[in-house]
Design a protein around this ligand. Structure first.
Ligand SMILES: Cc1cc2nc3c(=O)[nH]c(=O)nc-3n(C[C@H](O)[C@H](O)[C@H](O)COP(=O)(O)O)c2cc1C
Length: 241
């Protein structure tokens, strides 16, 4: 098979999960509506109507189609603090981060009533933008119990490059919190520079829709089942003792 035909067939096989009579859609059709499930989508971009927003909207459309409640939370362009490793969140009886003047604790509250988390970020110098990293690091450190065991996905939006490194950085956080990472037919990337350009990325937008379907499917499958039981105390060692 010539390389071009092989690539086309491989792409069609992957796209099969999103389009036409996909296995995922077929399963969802058989299921009863997901009901009270909610997905929080956090947009790390300072541009509330930029390309990351377009990507999140595309995911949202699919989640809604499957009866899932959604909320897009915009970090916006207000200042956000970084974690200063003060340990205050360990001593304040579960009140979250000691800083209350930025979106961190508000997102924590929203996570308390959400079943899954999707984080969208523009790519800045091959990484998530600074604001979303700062907020997520504090959210996970101070309010980790509110995200534990909830499915998660990251979405990276860029003009040209650095999206896979960005996704990896975001996924590293989910992987430390027992959060099942939800995937799509391709890495969760959309391309665009000027506001709204990402809508023209046909494959990127389809990847977002498939991600939405897969998230709906997983939430449906988890249902109202309990979190996994852990009968071991967590070990916490470092390399010097
Ligand atoms: C400070 C800065 C750094 C950027 N770095 C990258 C980069 O490393 N790779 C890239 O492809 N695009 C880069 N971009 C472009 C943005 O990722 C791109 O315009 C994206 O669509 C912005 O998303 P938004 O509209 O949701 O804010 C950068 C933009 C800014 C402002």
């Amino acid at each position: 098979m010539v390389r071009r035909t092989f690539l086309k067939n491989a792409a069609l096989a992957a796209v099969g999960t999103a389009a036409l009579s996909s296995p995922v859609s077929a399963m969802l059709k058989e299921d009863k509506p997901v009901g009270k499930k909610k997905v929080l989508l956090v947009n790390g971009s300072p541009r509330p109507d930029g390309n990351t927003f377009c990507a999140l909207q595309e995911i949202e459309s699919q989640l809604k189609k499957h009866g899932i409640e959604t909320e897009i939370y915009q970090i916006g362009n207000k200042p956000v603090r970084m974690c200063i490793n003060c340990g205050g969140c360990r001593r304040n009886g579960g009140k979250g981060c000691v800083f209350n003047d930025d979106p961190c604790n508000e997102i924590a509250q929203k996570m308390a009533e959400s079943d899954a988390l999707i984080v969208g970020t523009p790519v800045y110098y091959g990484q998530p933008n600074g604001g979303i990293l700062a907020v997520m690091q504090r959210l996970f450190f101070a309010s980790g119990r509110l995200v534990q065991n909830k499915p998660a996905a990251a979405v990276a939006v860029c003009r040209r490059g650095g999206a896979t490194a960005t996704l990896q950085t975001m996924n590293m956080m989910f992987e430390m919190m027992n959060m099942p990472v939800v995937t799509s037919q391709y890495w969760n990337i959309a391309y665009g520079a000027g506001k709204g350009e990402a809508k023209m990325d046909k494959e990127g937008m389809q990847t977002m829709r498939t991600l939405g379907s897969n998230m709906a499917w997983l939430l449906q499958r988890i249902g109202d089942g309990p979190a996994p039981e852990r009968d071991e105390r967590p070990e916490f060692t470092n390399f010097i003792r």
